[in-house]
Design a protein around this ligand. Sequence first.
Ligand SMILES: [Zn+2]
Length: 76
Amino acid sequence: MIEFDMGVILLLFVSVPLVVIGVLALAYNIRSMHRPMRIRESIYECTNCSHVYAYARNRPMDRCPRCGHLNEAVRT
Ligand SMILES: [Zn+2]
């Protein structure tokens, strides 16, 4: 029978899931980096001056760059 040291077993129980999670996080990061910019940005139409603009931030409301009026996102 193969005998393992308790320290080695503990090290494996901690490091293996950590490596798996690290690899998954890296893969997710690389995948989201290659996503086109158009998918990540929200489109707004100003109700005050009808200026159409887009921001890459995912916020439900943003200020119009022309008049500063707060507008809801038409499409996120
Ligand atoms: Zn405006």
